[in-house]
Design a protein around this ligand. Structure first.
Ligand SMILES: [Fe+2]
Length: 470
């Protein structure tokens, strides 16, 4: 593949500096621990993120960087850290060339690029399904299998030849071992929904009608249904026809939530209209009588301008999300919605064992008042009431998405375990994993695991119990 990107100097970006700056080392190291590792914490905490290997040509967007996974393996009283690039085919081509071969989403895409207009980095999300860790990309494409605990990239994984492209945020039902997946595109079909069965092949796939192309990010599941989303955020269709990608938000259009039976055809989706909004991440959904309850982090308008010192932005995208609940009545077709809190929070996680079933607690990073997306602590939410307790990381220290790790031998209670996240000191660059007792989040961490290099701020994560490792 020849380099088909114009050589340009990198335009400075705050997402290439400080706690976001990429690193170029890959290490394996046993870590020092401050405090005592809990004996009932056994498994692997893994986090994905954006880490450009080569200087990005032109304007960089935080979502552009190559995927890099960081993991901490808690085993037999030791904590071993590893980090590795995700060895995508695009990264291999760039390493052959010795330079970047794609520009990012802030530049005019080259639709005649032989490797596609955008570089599939697999940098966004992680899911562990049937003993296989998969790394996924926000824009949709092939996913990559990552070996655990070595973090070496096994290669593209296409579900036995049945599914070549999917986006980040498939949802795992641990009771059935099904994985609900989706994909979106700028040309029809704009949305495709599917179910991967326990044998890791696609067992159901259907197209879902949307009024036009959308920039989607997540879905939600209940025991019997999947909730698809149609938010009015898109690349401006007229400019897209001219080969340009400019994000547009139609605040005159409703937010639509499509409820579909898990294995139903796309023409059976039932749409519920709610106040216009955008949402990157749901927390959970479940069935409650005639209603389906959905909780997530709602953004009123992702392109509204102003307050750039206090409200974080990723270029034009404004991150001002708040915990919110929607209730969709399957009998009357009505929607009830309500804000649950007024603290800015995103990248929420909960106990994976309860995904799609009634849950109580979520662990959701608290957004710092800063121009960039930084999290200065996390909230333990009771998502039924919006009540919360806060764990703060301390001055100048910033974390990311948390994972919930059930205690070995834990009950099904969704706070019987530990909350973990990488935390980095923006001044010194020192990084650690804090291990917080989920039932005592306002207190000091149970322990802090010192990471022997800086871990850049990243995206999504997963917890794999030692018992799940083959
Ligand atoms: Fe995400």
């Amino acid at each position: 593949m020849t380099a088909v990107v114009e050589r340009r100097e990198t335009v400075p970006s705050p997402y290439l500096e400080g706690p976001f700056a990429p690193i170029d080392t890959e290490i394996t190291a046993e870590c020092d621990v401050v405090g005592e590792l809990p004996a009932d914490l056994s498994g692997v905490y893994i986090r994905n993120g954006s880490n450009p290997k080569y200087p990005p040509p032109g304007r960089y967007h935080w979502f552009d960087g190559d995927g890099m996974v960081h993991a901490l393996h808690f085993e037999n009283g030791r904590a071993v850290y590893r980090n590795r690039y995700i060895a995508t085919e695009a990264l291999a081509a760039e390493m052959d060339a010795g330079e970047a071969m794609w520009s990012g989403v802030n530049e005019r895409p080259n639709f005649s690029h032989p490797g596609g207009p955008f570089k599939d980095t697999a940098n966004t999300d992680l899911v562990f399904h049937r003993g296989r860790l998969l790394a996924l990309w926000w824009l949709g494409g092939p996913c990559y299998e990552i070996d655990v605990p070595s973090l070496e990239t096994v290669g593209r994984f296409d579900f036995g030849g049945t599914l070549a492209s999917l986006t980040a945020h498939p949802k795992l039902d641990v009771k059935t071992d099904e994985l609900m997946v989706f994909d979106y595109n700028v040309v029809p079909p704009y949305l495709t929904y599917g179910v991967v069965g326990p044998d890791a092949t696609l067992v159901h796939q259907t197209e879902v009608d949307l009024p036009g192309p959308r920039l989607l990010h997540d879905l939600a599941i209940t025991e019997h249904h999947t909730i698809l989303m149609d938010f009015p955020l898109m690349w401006d269709p007229e400019l897209l026809a001219q080969g340009r990608t400019k994000v547009s938000f139609r605040s005159d259009l409703p937010a639509r939530f499509g409820v579909i039976g898990r294995h139903d055809a796309g023409d059976r989706v039932r749409w519920f209209e709610a106040e216009p909004c955008y949402m990157y991440h749901t927390i959970n959904a479940w069935e409650a009588g005639n209603e389906i309850v959905l909780v997530g982090c709602r953004i009123d308008n992702p392109l509204r301008d102003g307050d750039r010192d206090r409200i974080p932005h990723i270029d034009v995208l404004r991150l001002e999300p708040f915990l919110h609940e929607w209730r969709f009545n399957l009998v009357t077709g009505t929607v009830r919605e309500r804000p649950l809190d007024d603290v800015m929070t995103e990248f929420p996680r909960m106990d994976n064992r309860l995904l799609g079933r009634p849950s109580r607690y979520a662990y959701s990073p608290r957004i710092a008042a800063a121009p960039e997306l930084l999290f200065d602590g996390f909230l333990k939410y009771d998502t039924n009431t919006g009540e919360s307790e806060t764990h703060a990381y301390g001055e100048g220290r910033f974390g990311g998405e948390t994972v919930f790790a059930p205690r070995v031998g834990a009950s099904v209670a969704d706070d019987d375990g530990y909350v973990l996240t990488f935390v980095t000191d923006a001044e010194t660059g020192d990084s650690e994993v804090v291990v917080v007792d989920a039932r005592r989040v306002t207190g000091e961490p149970v322990c802090r695991v010192r990471i022997p290099q800086r871990v850049p701020i990243g995206y999504h994560s997963w917890w794999i119990d030692e018992s799940e490792l083959i």
